[in-house]
Design a protein around this ligand. Structure first.
Ligand code: FAD
Length: 423
């Protein structure tokens, strides 16, 4: 059995950022990263691929090139967690032992949950910016659609980047308006939710775009089936009394945001809460029962917006707390729930939603520079030019620019059994 001081499961945004942050603090730390994929993706860029602004290759790098050289990479998936033994099981049956574990597997896009969807994707006008290979098809469809029905869907929460389904819609409408086609296209936003956006301060600006583009809002419309060849989508529609009826709609273009849940390997493990996500303290991101286990990113049950922006603030917190745990000290670094959603309301303008736990606004910039509740050109420049750099060259390099952790003022209750922290 191989043993490592820190084992990180997942080499996406969260896993890489935590590894880099730990190595910035203590370069000699023995870290292993378990990650099956050859490539690492800058997923926030896929909205701009679907909007014809980025080429998809701009969002992809070789996994080998983003892995810290000082970390040992196991190129395989984890198939089982055994936190009582401080071990994980790899797909080939090998086991790894750890002193501290960081879970960073992200979430599962559940394409199979909607009958007919998977086989329709990439043809029949059915697309999704939630997949690297399909985002260019979104842009192709936008350009090809001259008239008819365009439907954009949003499943029940939680999803990663809750604004992404709308972003795809606004950028499409913007292109149709610029090319004089918008009046001939009937655009519908069908969301399983009951509001346009979860934080009310951003709704007036978004609603104005909805009205200007002539978008029909359909709340409590949950996509349940897709018939690609006949271009029909079925929605379960809940009325105000809670009655559900099925409604079929014809489409020429269908942009789907798939239902999302915790990966099976997590929800079937002792690390999961009742909903399947890793059960952590929302402040310290330390597991509620296993004191030497942490989670970062989309897989954690902390009630923040699941975004790479959240990871940027979480990673230094987890890095610092992991090192404290290894040193036998309490986890004191605190994450305040920051998440961000740059809503691309038109090409060249963004409503920059930034908020923490409870929907409390956490703007990075003073309102005179960027008022996040209003469409802003500067925020678009930030998204197009600066955020990719912030991701690749700041966050994934373990630098803490604009992400210095805060600290608890009191000593927390001990979590789990940190004294079990040897092999
Ligand atoms: P990921 O980055 O998804 O990485 C998870 C990794 O775990 C993957 O590499 C995977 O291969 C690996 N893994 C999975 N299972 C296992 C296993 N069993 N064993 C080992 N490894 C495993 N965020 C923003 O901040 N701003 C945006 O504008 C934005 N827009 C978005 C638009 C779209 C279309 C999408 C899809 C996402 C967007 N996001 C945005 C969200 C952001 O990309 C995610 O929140 C972020 O990538 C989460 O990081 P993560 O490390 O939790 O998961």
């Amino acid at each position: 059995i191989n043993k490592h001081t820190v084992v990180i499961v997942g080499g996406g945004a969260g896993g890489q950022a935590v590894a880099a942050s730990i190595l910035q603090r203590q370069p000699q730390t023995d870290i292993a990263i378990v990650e099956p994929a050859d490539a690492h993706f800058y997923q926030p860029g896929w909205t701009l691929v679907g909007g014809g602004v980025f080429e998809r290759e701009q969002t992809k790098r070789k996994m080998h090139d983003v892995m810290p050289k000082a970390a040992k990479w196991y190129q395989t998936a984890v198939s089982e967690f055994r936190p009582d033994q401080q071990r994980i099981v790899l797909e080939n049956g090998d086991q790894l032992a750890y002193q501290s574990l960081v879970v960073a597997t992200g979430l599962k896009l559940d394409w199979e949950a909607i009958p007919g969807l998977k086989e329709s994707l990439g043809q029949h006008g059915v697309t999704s910016n939630y997949r690297f290979d399909l985002a260019p098809y979104t842009w192709k469809l936008v350009q090809a659609t001259r008239k008819g029905n365009a439907i954009f869907t949003q499943p029940p929460m939680p999803i990663k980047c809750a604004g992404a389904p709308q972003k795809a819609m606004y950028l499409s409408c913007d292109d149709w308006r610029r090319s004089g086609r918008l009046n001939d296209i009937n655009v519908e936003f069908c969301t399983a939710g009951a509001a346009l956006f979860g934080v009310k301060e951003y709704v007036p600006s978004l609603q104005k775009y909805v009205d200007d583009y002539g978008i029909q809002l359909r709340f409590q419309h949950n996509l349940i089936a897709v018939d690609g060849p006949n271009r029909k989508a079925t929605f379960a529609v809940t009325d105000n009394d809670g009655n559900i009826t099925n409604v079929e709609k014809s489409f020429d273009m269908l942009h789907v945001c798939p239902p999302q849940k915790a990966p099976d390997v997590i929800s079937h493990s002792p690390l999961a809460d009742q909903s399947g996500w890793v059960d952590v303290s929302p402040e310290t991101l330390q597991h509620k029962h296993y004191g030497n286990v942490y989670a970062v990113g989309d897989v954690a049950n902390a009630p923040n917006a699941k975004t790479a922006a959240a990871v940027r603030k979480q990673a230094p917190v987890v890095a610092e707390n992991v090192l404290s745990t290894l040193a036998g000290k309490p986890a004191m670094a605190v994450y305040e729930g920051y998440g961000s959603c740059p809503l691309t309301v038109e090409r060249g303008k963004i409503v920059l939603a930034e908020f923490g736990y409870g929907g409390k606004l956490q703007p990075t910039f003073p309102a005179w520079l960027v008022d996040g509740t209003k469409p802003s050109r500067l925020a678009w420049l930030l998204k197009e030019k600066m955020l990719p750099w912030l991701y690749w060259d700041v966050m994934l390099k373990g630098k803490e620019w604009l992400a210095k952790p805060k600290h608890l003022s009191h000593r927390p209750e001990p979590q789990g059994a940190p004294d079990a922290c040897n092999f």
